[in-house]
Write a new protein. Structure first.
Length: 283
């Protein structure tokens, strides 16, 4: 905890003081390299909160991509953000959270008000516009966080709405890419079912309580696995595409949690590393 406090005071905080005004200017001017500073922010964030991120596969680049992922903790955002240049889709309440809402705005986060049925269509139009511009948007497709021991059914509604919106916005050659996030080790030991409660954000605890627990806890090893990109065409059945992505995430999560050989990921080149299978961001 002392080491993390010193890191925050002498590294993280000075970085924020210098970079936040620059990032605000980059977004205001709508410059194309807006994701440069957020990637560094997330990588430093991994160090601060004690995450060691192992990356398998690569995020799709060069064409509009809708990424769909399972969701365990708010640290998922930091972990994935350290490995990919993405815009997140989040619940509207986050926009009003102290500091968190401002930082989310600095990464062009899109918001959905779950209490308003028609807001999904508005959010989907924004997603479509972002995809049409060649960007990557990530949706936590379960609609809520879970324990990390299994995958909840993916919701196809937002994916379907985004499918129509991207066509209206003129997005072409859009792909949907499954992303699996798994917390595999805690303080060097395999994560047990009991340990999942130390990682996930339980609804019974406030955000502040969860932050304190994570900052005072041990080093967490997390794997971010980018799966097989699938075409998201105009006439594609959104439920079939969503189910296929859900199945791939579930298979990958089971393998990672159990330490089993990973299922093949077609069409994804894996960056070189010391292990020959993944790249690692240490925290």
């Amino acid at each position: 905890m002392i080491a993390r406090s010193l890191f925050f005071i002498f590294v993280y905080l000075p970085f924020l003081v210098v970079v936040l005004p620059l990032q605000f200017l980059v977004i205001w001017l709508n410059l194309p390299f807006w994701h440069f500073f957020p990637r560094i922010f997330h990588r430093l964030g991994c160090v601060f909160v004690g995450l060691r991120v192992k990356v398998i596969g690569v995020p799709e680049v060069g064409r509009p991509t809708l990424l769909v992922s399972n969701h365990i903790s708010w640290t998922d955002i930091v972990s994935i953000g350290s490995a990919a240049d993405v815009t997140y889709v989040a619940k509207s309440e986050i926009r009003d959270w102290f500091f968190v809402g401002f930082m989310a705005a600095m990464q062009k986060t899109l918001y959905v008000d779950r209490k308003r049925r028609g807001d999904t269509h508005r959010a989907s139009r924004e997603m479509g516009a972002r995809l049409a511009g060649g960007g990557a948007v990530l949706v936590f497709a379960e609609g809520q966080s879970d324990t990390g021991a299994h995958v909840l059914p993916f919701r196809s509604a937002l994916i379907g709405a985004a499918q129509h919106a991207m066509i209206e916005a003129g997005a072409k050659d859009v792909v949907i890419q499954p992303v699996t996030i798994a917390y595999t080790r805690l303080q060097g030991l395999p994560v047990s079912r009991t340990d999942h409660s130390l990682i996930r954000w339980a609804k019974s605890r406030s955000f502040a309580q969860n932050v304190r627990e994570i900052l005072s806890g041990g080093i967490r090893e997390v794997t971010v696995a980018f799966g097989t990109p699938m075409p998201l065409a105009e006439g594609a059945d959104r439920k079939v595409v969503t189910k296929a992505a859900e199945n791939e995430v579930r298979k990958m999560l089971v393998a990672l949690n159990r330490g089993l050989p990973l299922p093949p990921v077609a069409g994804v080149a894996t960056p070189p590393s010391i292990e020959g299978q993944s790249a690692t961001v240490s925290g």
